[in-house]
Design a protein around this ligand. Structure first.
Ligand SMILES: [Cu+2]
Length: 149
């Protein structure tokens, strides 16, 4: 199981637990359907070479719905940052993901043109960068800042 899946499952488990507690607190019986994870949808569009997404959200759980408008494959990575500057690998073309992995709430591996994929994460207040790290894509403009209030 990769890191992304683990993070997504953790986030879903947290939502599930919160939903269950909420249901118990108000005494409603949702057992027929069972508690379901809920998260606000954040629309994201990726293309050669840009990422379009909201620039700010409140802290909480979100499902990033990532549409690859093509024409090539794209990744989607969320990483926390204090400075707004991400470290590059020696190639000068890609972000040194290994050094910032612990700051990543989640990521999606490369997706095909036309694909729509979901990434559910819990976002704490702070500054984040959304980016694609396929060779040269970050440098070509595939990054966007997200402030979580
Ligand atoms: Cu890309």
């Amino acid at each position: 199981m990769d890191w992304t899946v683990v993070n997504a499952l953790r986030a879903l488990a947290a939502f599930w637990a919160a939903g269950l507690l909420g249901a118990l607190a108000v005494g409603c019986d949702d057992s027929a359907r069972g508690p379901r994870p809920t998260a606000s949808i954040v629309p994201v569009a990726e293309g050669d070479f840009h990422i379009t997404a909201p620039s700010s959200v409140r802290a909480g759980g979100y499902t990033f719905r990532v549409h690859n408008e093509g024409p090539t494959h794209h990744e989607f990575i969320i990483v926390g940052t204090r400075t707004g500057v991400l470290p590059l690998r020696p190639d000068g073309l890609t972000v040194d993901e290994e050094s910032i992995e612990r700051l990543e709430p989640g990521s999606l591996v490369p997706g095909a043109p036309g694909a729509v994929r979901n990434l559910t994460v819990l976002l704490k207040p702070g500054r984040y960068i959304l980016f694609c790290n396929m060779e040269g894509h970050f440098m070509a403009g595939m990054h966007a800042e997200l402030v979580v209030a």
